[in-house]
Write a protein that binds this ligand. Structure first.
Ligand SMILES: [Fe+2]
Ligand SMILES: [Fe+2]
Length: 252
């Protein structure tokens, strides 16, 4: 359901913002950087997936890789369209995004290479799932043009997460496929801490502000807790285990 009014935070009940010109200064500064980081993750994913387009272990996997690459590129492009509304400042960030190479991205998860197919599977199952929490957090947000972009992105992100879960499960449990349970668990151990880091610092002032401005629905630690609760039974069903929440973490 899409509403015209801001749903939560300090401005709850007033009409959503439709254009950058209407935004309070702190809101504008926060939003432009948020769109920049979001776009950066999308374009980084394209670079990470690219080597697997014609090397994934089955033609179905290659087709899914092609879908994921097209979707991530579209998500990035959608963020670019939103950044264009910020005028000169937006163009600065667009130019930055256009020139960012592999390993120059904002978040650690997007600077790690997909060395193995189990990396690709664990990334899609665990890291794209964080992306989904982020999108759900923006759903119905107070900046209407962003709110309108979210439903299609969520639908596409669901495919990535489902494909990742399916591939990881097959690696762990299907002897006719590729890999084995030890390889699947090693990939989980590698990506899970980076996925948890992506939610950001607990008690972050920026996260508190994003909620009060009606941009994000949840604080960092609230979303991270929901994620941990969602992932544990999914891994358990595959005969895998989620690492300790604090193990190998960089951002707490
Ligand atoms: Fe995406
Ligand atoms: Fe994705």
């Amino acid at each position: 359901m899409m509403t015209r009014e801001i749903r939560w935070g300090d401005m709850r009940g007033i009409r959503k913002f439709e254009h950058v010109h209407e935004l309070p200064d702190d809101y504008r500064d926060f939003l432009v950087r948020l769109l920049w980081v979001q776009a950066d993750t999308e374009f980084a994913s394209v670079q990470q997936h690219r080597p697997w387009l014609d090397t994934a272990p089955s033609f179905e996997d290659r087709w899914i890789e092609a879908r994921i690459i097209a979707d991530e590129m579209r998500h990035g492009w959608q963020m670019i369209k939103l950044l264009e509304d910020f005028g000169e400042e937006g163009r600065f960030y667009i130019n930055d995004l256009f020139n960012r190479k592999e390993h120059q991205h904002k978040l650690d998860s997007f600077n790690m290479d997909f060395d193995t197919w189990e990396d690709v599977a664990a990334f899609a199952c665990l890291v794209d799932r964080v992306g989904m929490f982020q999108l759900r957090s923006f759903q119905e947000c107070s900046y209407a043009p962003l709110a309108r972009a979210i439903p299609l992105m969520i639908t596409e992100e669901n495919l990535h997460i489902g494909a990742g879960r399916n591939a990881l499960n097959r690696i762990a449990n299907d002897p006719a496929y590729y890999g084995d349970k030890t390889m699947a668990q090693a990939a989980v151990d590698k990506w899970y801490p980076r996925a948890l880091d992506m939610f950001g610092h607990s008690g972050s002032a920026g996260s508190e502000m994003a909620v009060s401005l009606g941009i994000k629905r949840w604080r960092n630690e609230e979303a991270r807790k929901m994620y941990v609760e969602e992932v544990a039974p999914i891994l358990e069903k595959m005969g895998l285990v989620a690492p300790e929440e604090t193990a190998n973490r960089r951002i707490l």
